[in-house]
Write a protein that binds this ligand. Structure first.
Ligand code: SF4
Length: 229
């Protein structure tokens, strides 16, 4: 099937174009530290940005000698410092385990070499670290290096399912693959951020504001409203 004949690709492109029109095109900027982003994203699981940001800042302040000080610290100290992020019994050992692996594999506390690593290899490496799944790995690769990895969070998952770009019950990894197949890598940064903004402002988890939505005529949920649970 040619690109022009693929209705799902045409729909994905139209979604992207309308999101850009509604929310603008966020521009990627270099300079975000990859290891900091990794630890910050581990902390952000199942909590909001305020709580995880506070935990990250406290971690950096308490262990101001750097990541080696975190790696060798008593686990209970780390749990105490990051408690605002929740799930600290899992997150603390994941952070220490990830730091141990990075130091062991690369000799220091840096992931900047991933800039030169092919995206599949970089994704495989990051997801081999404790507590790092596809979403966290893709966030590091996209935000720190602008690499072609599309992160799928709860907003992206919900909107993709509702639009019918994926099946209604598709999981995050399936949705990641779908967007990566349908859209070119240089759209991922703006697409990801605009979908999240759409999820926060319009396509809310409970009570989506369909009457104000620029994607209404493209949306399966809207066309079939009443049939969705
Ligand atoms: S029409 Fe409603 S359900 Fe569909 S994308 Fe817009 S806000 Fe979400």
């Amino acid at each position: 099937m040619s690109q022009e004949d693929n209705p799902l690709r045409a729909k994905a492109e139209e979604v992207y174009a309308r999101l850009l029109e509604a929310y603008g095109e966020p521009q990627w900027q270099p300079g975000q530290n990859a290891l900091d982003t990794l630890i910050g994203t581990i902390l952000s699981a199942n909590t909001n940005d305020v709580n995880s940001g506070r935990a990250f800042r406290r971690l950096k302040e308490r262990f101001d000698d750097g990541w080696d000080a975190v790696r060798v610290a008593p686990l209970d100290d780390i749990k105490h410092v990051i408690r605002t992020a929740g799930m600290y019994n899992q997150k603390a050992p994941h952070i220490v385990g990830a730091l141990e692996r990075v130091r062991q594999d690369w000799g220091d506390y840096s992931l900047e070499h991933l800039a030169e690593t092919p995206v599949d290899e970089a994704l495989a490496y990051l997801t081999s670290l404790p507590g790092v799944g596809h979403k966290t790995a893709s966030i590091v690769l996209l935000f720190c290096f602008n690499k072609g990895a599309f992160p799928v969070d709860t907003h992206v998952q919900r909107i993709t399912q509702r639009l019918g770009v994926s099946r209604r019950n598709a999981g995050p990894e399936q949705i990641k693959r779908i967007w990566e197949e349908l859209m070119p890598a240089d759209t991922y940064y703006a697409l990801h951020l605009d979908l999240i903004r759409h999820g926060r402002e319009t396509c809310l988890a409970r009570g989506p504001r369909c009457e104000a939505c620029p994607l209404q005529d493209l949306c399966d949920y809207y066309a079939q409203r009443g049939e969705w649970g």
